[in-house]
Structure formats: structure tokens, C-alpha cells
Design a protein around this ligand. Structure first.
Ligand code: AMP
Length: 293
């Protein structure tokens, strides 16, 4: 595996890899890699001959007062993990390479970015869309893989790829990978490292309460009642702030008051201690939906 940190060396490595028509997958990450990330790498290998992983803690997707400085950075351990997964290129630029002095362009995907995490974290998805577009242009992968854990992010990136007629990867080559969970159901996340022992134990209430809400809705309960019960369960488990808990159309992310015949998604963001956790699960398992619940 080659670790590259400048655009020039990235281009050379990608050109060498591509020699002879080899196709390439990209897995964008912010590092502090866990099994969720490594599952994306393994999945990438099913879709392409070679795999590039990027590690970049993107400052433009963090708001003022968020955890940019505290975000775990552990490049040496990440390199070992990626090496043992058979990664071909690790693209690890620093901030000055990604955003050179005078950088002034931004991508803003309206509509789909507005609600949920976009409402709680103004500018977050502009930062995500801009850096992902740059990563696509830098690596020019045939396919790119993203976790369904960040359901709204996946939707924003797909919308951007469609709107901007991206060629590499094209919109259809953006692949979502089901959420990888700890044994007690908590979605894996680099931010779980912030949880105290007590909060970590309580955090498993989030997926459990979501499953209960889904069972209740499927059993005919009113969506508003099921969501109220979910919020109560979270507060009992010491979640002090619930940014949102909503049933939404899986594609448009518009809130739903009841189940219809289109795929729906239960999406939650809630805070425990100083940690903000997000999770989402499918409601009706349609053809295009994964069984991550
Ligand atoms: P991050 O490093 O948090 O920006 O995540 C990099 C990529 O890994 C994103 O596409 C995430 O959605 C994905 N990811 C993070 N956690 C998980 C997980 N538990 N299961 C599957 N994918 C994940």
C-alpha cells in the first residue's frame, strides 16, 4: 500500500494503478478506522480491482464549537488496518493540500441537505459535498462507497453526483453499505470513543428503542405515538437532547405521518454526555433497501 500526501504523487499512483484498464474504488473516511470503515473497504474490493481509501478530517464540515480539534487522529494504526485489508492507495492530504490559500469554491446541495442533520449543523453538508467532490476529482474512482449509517450524507452525495453529471464516479456508481453495529446494536462510529463507560452502556438504548418504534409502527401504532415513546426511552437512558427522531421518506427525507407504499426510514440524532449519536433504520424492506436492522 502506498500512502500519498500530495496531489502530484496521488496522480502518479492512480495512473500507475490504472495502467491496463484496472478499475478503482474509493472509500472516503475521516480516519480512526473501525469495522464499519473496514467493511466498506472489503465491499469496495467486490466492486473494483483496486481500492483507494482517503483519510481527511475535513474542517469545513465541522461547525463552530464542534469536535474538530478533539476528533481522533491515529494515522499509524489506520495504516496498519488498511494494509491488512489489502488497500492499494491511502490518500492522506493535509488541510493545506486540500484547501490551499485562496480556496473560494463551495458546493451546496439544496433541499435534501436542509433538514435533519443539515438543520442542526448549518453548513455541514456544504462542507461534505465540497470535499467529496474534490476527492472524486482527485482520485477519479469508478465507484465510491459510503455507509448507510450517514443516510442523509449518502442522499446528498447521490444528488450531487446526479446534478453535476459526475463521470467518475457516476451517480449510479455510488454504493451504500449497511450499518455495521456493535454486539449490543450500537452503530459503530469514531465518535463512540468519546463515550464514558456509563454513557456507552446507555447508548445501546438508541438502536433498541428504534427497533421498538419500528415494531410499534409496523404493528399499527400511530407514528407520533411511537416516536414519543422512543424519545421517552432515550430520555430515561440519560440522552439529554434529541435533535430529531423522525420517520421520513427514505429517498426524499420528507417527514411522514404514516407508512405509505414507498420505503421509509426512521432517523434519529440524540446527545448523551458530550457525544452526538446518529442512527437510522429501514421500515419497509423494499427491493433497494438493506436489512441492517
Ligand atoms: P467517517 O470516517 O465517519 O466520515 O465515515 C467514513 C465512511 O464510513 C462514511 O461513508 C460513513 O457512512 C461510513 N461509516 C461510518 N460508520 C459506519 C458503520 N458503523 N457502518 C457502515 N459504514 C460506516
Amino acid at each position: 500500500m502506498e500512502t500519498v500526501t500530495t496531489l502530484k504523487s496521488l496522480r502518479r499512483s492512480v495512473d500507475e494503478l490504472r495502467h491496463g484498464g484496472t478499475n478503482l474504488a474509493l472509500v472516503p473516511t475521516m480516519g480512526a478506522l473501525h469495522e464499519g470503515h473496514l467493511t466498506l473497504v472489503r465491499e469496495a474490493k467486490k466492486h473494483a480491482d483496486k481500492v483507494a481509501v482517503s483519510i481527511f478530517v475535513n474542517p469545513t464540515q465541522f461547525g463552530p464549537g464542534e469536535d474538530l480539534d478533539a476528533y481522533p487522529r491515529q494515522l499509524a494504526q489506520d495504516q496498519d488496518k488498511l494494509l491488512s485489508e489489502g488497500t492499494d492507495i491511502l490518500w492522506a492530504p493535509d488541510v493545506a493540500v486540500m484547501y490551499p490559500r485562496g480556496f473560494a469554491s463551495h458546493i451546496s446541495v439544496s433541499g435534501i441537505s436542509a433538514g435533519l442533520c443539515g438543520a442542526e449543523r448549518p453548513g455541514h453538508f456544504d462542507g461534505v459535498a465540497t470535499v467529496v467532490c474534490k476527492l472524486f476529482n482527485q482520485v477519479m474512482p469508478d465507484v465510491a462507497l459510503f455507509g448507510e449509517k450517514d443516510w442523509q450524507q449518502l442522499a446528498v452525495i447521490r444528488q450531487m453526483a446526479r446534478d453535476l453529471d459526475l463521470v467518475r464516479p457516476c451517480a449510479e456508481a455510488i454504493i451504500g453499505v449497511p450499518t455495521v453495529r456493535e454486539a449490543d446494536g450500537l452503530a459503530m462510529s469514531s465518535r463512540n470513543a468519546y463515550l464514558s463507560q456509563e454513557d456507552r452502556a446507555s447508548a445501546a438504548t438508541l438502536p433498541a428503542a428504534m427497533r421498538e418504534a419500528i415494531a410499534a409502527i409496523k404493528g399499527g401504532a400511530r407514528v407520533s405515538d411511537a416516536l414519543a415513546q422512543l424519545e421517552a426511552a432515550l430520555r430515561d437512558a440519560r440522552f439529554h437532547t434529541i435533535d430529531y427522531a423522525t420517520l421520513s421518506d427514505a429517498a426524499t427525507l420528507k417527514p411522514l405521518e404514516k407508512l405509505g407504499d414507498r420505503p421509509a426510514r426512521l432517523l434519529v440524532a440524540a446527545r448523551i454526555g458530550s457525544t452526538r449519536l446518529i442512527d437510522n433504520m429501514a421500515l419497509c424492506l423494499m427491493r433497494s433497501e438493506s436489512k441492517d436492522q
